[in-house]
Design a protein around this ligand. Sequence first.
Ligand code: SF4
Ligand SMILES: [Zn+2]
Ligand SMILES: [Zn+2]
Length: 304
Amino acid sequence: MSCNRCKNIAVYSRKYSGESLCSSCFSNSIVQKTAKTISKNNMIRNGDVVGVAVSGGKDSLSLLHVLKKMSESHNFKLIAITIDEGIIGYRDEALEIVRSFCNSLGVEHRSYSYKDLFDLTLEESLEIRENEKTSSCSICGILRRRAIDFGARDLEVDVIATGHNLDDVLQTFIINLLSGDTNKIGWMEPATSTTKMRKIKPFCEIYENEIVFYAFTNEIPFQSEQCPHMNEGIRTEIREFLNSLENHHNGIKNSMYGSVMRLVHTVKDANYKQKRVCQKCGNQCTGEICSVCTMLVNLKQEKS
Ligand code: SF4
Ligand SMILES: [Zn+2]
Ligand SMILES: [Zn+2]
């Protein structure tokens, strides 16, 4: 079968649109779609220094690859930032992959560790957590947000880009819904801006399986080993549920994404009236002290 956009042999069948694409037209379609998301949401501005949070997985390395291509014809600069959680036997391999990939692209790379920033590795935090109900990923996610904020300030970047894809957005929406955290739905915009930092998700309209194919067809050497804590939370079950829906109803994730974004704006407008800032760190929150500061104080108390 030949590509619908040129005469080459098609290697990818995009079920939700019915298109067949060759490797080069497929890659161009991902770059174009990302560029459209960036421009529609005014994610990157002229002269910006963009910090790309790079974990070593397929999403973040593909994002760096796509943004590097764009930076060659636009006026913005890239710096890759990796957060080292201190997960033995997992993060070391990822750091090596990221370092050599950044080197090959000619992108500056910096890493920050939980140990240096909080005097605690993830494993140490898990040992002293108050109870097992707080999942590894929720502790890790909170510490990572704070570590990325620190790195962004340290490197004086204008905006932080993360590799979250469309599937991640849908999963997070369902998790917030199931846990009763409806306020958080209002913070799920693909481009957010607080007084402290702008954060963007340029891949938010791209299916996860298309990013896997982008990484594969562009020979991006991502880490295949999964984090040992990966399957502890509910996210994996939700991912499988959404994939099964998509297999039976092509394009259902795209239409759900549209609905989720409409709800995000409605909740955001309702939240706006009760918008507050954390008294400790100045980030947006719903109470007096944000969840990150609360958790850090608790962990420190447990440790001492
Ligand atoms: S899977 Fe969970 S614990 Fe592992 S790196 Fe990701 S957020 Fe952290
Ligand atoms: Zn083609
Ligand atoms: Zn705070």
